[in-house]
Design a protein around this ligand. Structure first.
Ligand code: SF4
Ligand code: SF4
Length: 360
């Protein structure tokens, strides 16, 4: 077994509740109900445990974390534990007063999602009328409060042609960073892949637009952009490597190496009620299953990139190969690569517009 490093960041999925219904939501298709959510006290204990393990950041995420009325107490608890606090939010559920209170209680950073560049597009994609105008107000309140703002724009076939406007909007909102996040095709997004998968031409143009904007906006705004998996030559280092630098706790307290890990059947996931976080991180069976490089089959085992991308995404390997212990099929060295690419191209060509919205 490879010895674990210290986890740098904790992704705290405080709730799966959210007023929006994004068809690409990264939450699982089986959503966790409010009655099962961890209490304020348990969450704060989780933050303390994570900090004691050496974690530096907590991402307060969801669902929509503002759906929790104790978000302010949780933020304060995380700050008191010594963690840098990043709120990942749709903005819906926040008010100017709440943002001021959150800042006063120790919130360090806000990551605001946007679904489109005009109300009609954004509200249709998010499945929530009035969401766009709320987001615009929230961005203004965050910047006025002096909190650093990151805009997160999930891109797909139905908004990628407006990437240049998305970049301009992030600048106008005062964002210091823009994450151009190409949709990851798990869960809800997999269900909606025929409506979301971009064409090769859209992705090619998107890459050019980002390259030009990065040059023009150097020193003003940082732009993160990663080529969609099926068009990349090599996979991304999913979560920086399985059980290597980050961990996720779900609303009911299940401790995961990655937020999508529960899609892999056959792994034994423990909860914060079972034993201390540090023990789960060090020797929990789900964490040790694919940590490091010992688990790797060929072509990963003899590949000089194996400590760069850590064999890619285990969930993707499971979804396509039925075995999470195989090479991520988006890798061009994998025998499954051509199949993944062909499927994505066929999905993009379908041209379906209707969404199957996320719902409880
Ligand atoms: S992706 Fe959309 S539906 Fe899912 S939590 Fe975020 S805002 Fe809510
Ligand atoms: S063979 Fe494995 S380690 Fe090498 S690039 Fe592909 S996924 Fe990464």
């Amino acid at each position: 077994m490879t010895a674990p490093q210290i986890p740098m960041a904790l992704l705290a999925e405080l709730t799966h509740r959210c007023p929006l219904k994004c068809p690409y939501c990264s939450n699982p298709v089986e959503l966790i109900r409010r009655s099962e959510e961890l209490t304020t006290e348990v969450w704060i204990d989780v933050f303390r445990q994570a900090a004691a393990m050496g974690a530096l950041h907590v991402h307060l995420s969801g669902g929509e974390p503002a759906s929790r009325r104790d978000l302010e107490d949780l933020t304060e608890g995380a700050r008191d534990a010594g963690l840098y606090t990043n709120l990942i939010t749709s903005g819906v559920g926040l008010s100017e007063a709440r943002i001021k209170d959150l800042a006063a209680r120790g919130l360090d950073h806000v990551q605001l999602s946007i679904q489109g560049v005009d109300p009609e597009t954004a509200d249709r994609i998010g499945g929530y009328e009035g969401g766009f105008s709320t987001k615009m107000k929230v961005a203004g309140w965050v910047v006025a409060e002096g909190l650093p703002l990151t805009v997160n724009a999930v891109m797909h076939r139905q908004n990628l042609d407006r990437l240049a406007e998305t970049i301009e909007m992030a600048v106008e909102l005062g964002a210091r960073r823009l994450e151009v996040a190409n949709t990851q095709y798990h869960g809800w997004a997999y269900r909606n892949r025929f409506a979301l998968m971009p064409t090769e031409e859209q992705v090619r143009r998107g890459g050019q637009i980002v390259a030009e904007a990065r040059e023009r906006l150097a020193g003003t705004m940082v732009i993160d952009y990663v080529t969609p998996d099926h068009l990349a030559k090599f996979p991304k280092p999913c979560m920086g490597g399985w059980g290597r630098i980050g961990l996720c706790v779900t609303p009911r307290g299940t401790v995961l190496p990655c937020h999508a890990a529960e899609t892999i059947t056959g792994l034994d996931f423990e909860t914060v009620h079972d034993r201390p976080l540090a023990e789960i991180w060090s020797n929990g069976p789900a964490f040790t299953a694919y940590r490091g490089t010992n688990w790797m089959p060929e072509p990963c085992a003899s590949c000089d990139r194996k400590t760069k991308d850590w064999g890619g995404c285990r969930c993707q390997a499971f979804a396509w190969n039925g075995d999470a212990g195989t090479t991520d099929p988006v890798c061009s060295k994998s025998s499954g690569h051509a199949k993944v690419r062909a499927a994505a191209m066929a999905e993009a060509a379908e041209g379906v517009d209707a969404f199957d919205y996320r719902s409880f």
